[in-house]
Ligand binder design. Structure first.
Ligand code: C2O
Length: 510
C-alpha cells in the first residue's frame, strides 16, 4: 500500500450551519472536517495540531472502527491509549487501513466531538454490489446551539436531568432553523435561510451513499421519498444486500446504501430525510436535504411525500436475521462470558451518572493505561474501570440495559459478533451462529439486552456508549487484552513525550 499523509489543525471558530451562530471547534477550519481517503491496505498518517485556545483545551482524535492491530497507541482515546495533546502541541497518528468501507474520525476528549471535531473517512476496496456513481459520505447529525462544554458542565451539576435536548438535525452539516423559536432575550445572530444540502442524481443510474451518524446522541431514521434503499455494508462490514425504505443508525454507525434514480422523469426532485427517533430528545428532529435528477431545477423545492413507515418507537437496529455479513465467520467458542449492566444513579453529591459493569468511569488523562501496561504496571484505580482479560481472547459480553433509553454500544479495535439483541433478558439463543452479524457499534434498546463476542487483540480498548453525554458521564470501560503482549510492544517515543508535554501544560494551567 501507499502512505496517505494528512495535516489537521483543530481550532476554535464561529459557524452557523443551520443559521444560528455558535462557537465551535473545527478541523482545518471546516465542519464537517476534511475527508480522509485511502485504499485498502494503505497506511494513514495524520499529524494533529492542537490550536485550541481561549479557553484552552486538550484534544485527541479517534479513527472510528479501525482495528489498530500492532498500533493500539494510535487509537486516540485519552487516558487509555494516549495523553491528550496539549494546546500548542502536535501528535502524529499512523495506522493501517486494514478494513474497507465508510467511517469517520472524531475527537475523543470529553464530549468535544459534539463541538464540531468530526469528519468522514472512506477506504476504497473490493465491492460486491454494482453501482455507477459514488456520492461519497453523508453525515447525519443532531445539532446543539450550546457549546459542548456548557452541556457537560450542566449535566455534571447536582440534580440535573440526564436528558439533553438537541436543537436541530443536520444532513451534511446543513439544515434550516426557525429563528422565531429562539428563547426570548437570546440575541445570538440567527437567519432562517441557512439552506439545506443538495444532491444530484443521474437519471436511471445507481448511486452509492455512505451514511454516517456523526451526532452526539440521537438515533437517525434515514430515507429518500419514493426510493428503495439497498443496504450493502454496515459499519466496516459488507453485508448481503437487502432492501428497505428506512435505515436506522445509532451514533457512530455507518450504513452504505445503493439508490437507483428511477422514481420519475429526468426533471424529478425528491426529499431526502433523516429523522431523530422518538427516543432521542430533540426540539427539531427532522432533517431535510434535496435530491435532484439531471434535468431538475435545482432552485426548486421538492414536494414529494415521505414513505408511510411509522417510527416503531423501540430504537433498535434492523433485525439481526436480515443483516448478514458477506464474508462468513462462524462464531468461535467463548473462553469467558461476562455480564455488564448499564445503570443510571445519583452519587453522594446528587450528580446523575452512569455505571457500566458496576463502575462509573473517571479518567486520569495523565497516565494512559497502555503506557502503564507497557511498563508492566497492571494495577489501576477501580474508577478507571479497566477489565483485564489476561490471556483470554474469545470474550463474550452480555449487556443488560436497566433503563428506558437506547445506547449505541461501541468497542474500539474490533468488529464484534452480535449474538442477540432484544427486549428483557437474553434467552440464550444466537442469531445465525454459522455467520453472526458483525459491526463496531450496535444499539441496545431500552430495558433490553445485547450479547456480543469478540476475538480480542492485544491492546487496551475503550468499550462505551457512543452518546457523547453518556460516555462523559462515566459510561465507559477499558478492556485490557493480552497484557503480556502489550508489555512487549515497542511504543513509539512520542506517546511518552506527549504525556510529558500534557503534564507540563496541566501544571501551568490548572
Ligand atoms: Cu467513535 Cu470511542 O468512539
Amino acid at each position: 500500500g501507499v502512505v496517505r499523509y494528512y495535516d489537521f489543525t483543530v481550532s476554535r471558530g464561529i459557524i452557523a450551519p443551520d443559521g444560528y451562530q455558535r462557537d465551535v471547534l473545527l478541523v482545518n477550519g471546516a465542519y464537517p472536517g476534511p475527508l480522509i481517503e485511502a485504499n485498502w491496505g494503505d497506511t494513514i498518517v495524520v499529524t494533529v495540531h492542537n490550536n485550541i485556545s481561549n479557553p484552552e483545551d486538550g484534544t485527541t482524535i479517534h479513527w472510528h472502527g479501525f482495528l489498530q492491530r500492532e498500533t493500539p497507541w494510535a487509537d486516540g482515546a485519552p487516558g487509555i491509549s494516549q495523553c491528550p495533546i496539549p494546546p500548542g502541541s502536535s501528535y502524529t497518528y499512523e495506522f493501517v487501513a486494514s478494513l474497507f468501507g465508510t467511517s469517520w474520525y472524531h475527537a475523543h476528549y470529553s464530549a468535544q466531538y459534539a463541538g464540531g471535531v468530526v469528519g468522514p473517512i472512506v477506504v476504497y476496496g473490493p465491492t460486491h454490489a454494482k453501482y455507477d456513481v459514488d456520492l461519497g459520505p453523508i453525515m447525519l447529525s443532531d445539532w446543539y446551539h450550546r457549546e459542548y462544554f456548557d452541556i457537560v458542565k450542566e449535566l455534571l451539576s447536582p440534580n440535573a436531568s440526564p436528558r439533553v435536548l438537541s436543537d436541530n438535525n443536520l444532513i451534511d452539516g446543513k439544515m434550516n432553523f426557525d429563528c422565531s423559536t429562539v428563547a426570548p432575550g437570546d440575541n445570538t445572530p440567527c437567519t432562517d435561510r441557512a439552506g439545506i444540502s443538495k444532491f444530484k442524481f443521474q437519471t436511471g443510474k445507481t448511486h452509492r451513499l455512505r451514511l454516517i451518524n456523526s451526532g452526539a446522541d440521537g438515533v437517525q431514521r434515514f430515507s429518500i421519498d419514493q426510493h428503495t434503499l439497498t443496504v450493502i455494508a454496515e459499519d466496516f462490514v459488507p453485508v448481503k444486500p437487502y432492501n428497505t425504505t428506512v435505515v436506522t443508525l445509532g451514533v457512530g454507525q455507518r450504513t452504505d446504501v445503493l439508490v437507483t434514480a428511477n422514481a420519475g422523469p429526468p426533471d424529478s426532485l425528491f426529499w431526502m430525510r433523516s429523522n431523530l427517533t422518538t427516543c432521542s430528545p430533540a426540539r427539531q428532529p427532522n432533517a431535510l436535504a434535496a435530491v435532484y435528477y439531471d434535468k431538475a431545477d435545482t432552485s426548486a423545492t421538492p414536494s414529494s411525500r415521505p414513505w408511510d413507515v411509522p417510527d416503531p418507537g423501540t430504537c433498535a437496529n434492523d433485525p439481526l436475521d436480515i443483516s448478514e455479513p458477506l464474508y462468513p465467520i462462524p462464531l468461535p467458542k467463548p473462553a469467558i462470558t461476562q455480564t455488564m449492566d448499564i445503570e443510571l444513579f445519583k452519587n453522594a453529591s446528587n450528580v446523575t451518572l452512569w455505571k457500566f459493569n458496576g463502575v462509573s468511569m473517571r479518567t486520569d488523562y495523565n497516565s494512559p493505561v497502555i503506557l502503564l501496561a507497557n511498563q508492566g504496571n497492571f494495577s489501576y484505580p477501580p474508577e478507571w474501570n479497566v477489565v483485564n482479560y489476561q490471556q483470554t481472547t474469545a470474550i463474550r459480553i452480555i449487556i443488560n440495559n436497566k433503563g428506558p433509553g437506547p445506547h449505541p454500544m461501541h468497542l474500539h479495535g474490533h468488529n464484534f459478533y452480535i449474538l442477540h439483541e432484544g427486549p428483557g433478558e437474553w434467552d440464550g439463543t444466537i442469531v445465525r451462529p454459522s455467520n453472526p452479524m458483525r459491526r463496531d457499534v450496535e444499539l441496545v434498546r431500552g430495558n433490553g439486552h445485547l450479547v456480543i463476542q469478540f476475538d480480542g487483540a492485544p491492546g487496551v480498548w475503550a468499550f462505551h456508549c457512543h452518546i457523547a453525554w453518556h460516555s462523559s458521564g462515566g459510561f465507559l470501560a477499558s478492556l485490557l487484552v493480552q497484557p503480556h503482549k502489550v508489555q512487549q510492544m515497542h511504543l513509539p517515543g512520542d506517546v511518552e513525550q506527549n504525556c510529558r508535554a500534557w503534564d507540563l501544560w496541566t501544571k501551568h494551567n490548572v
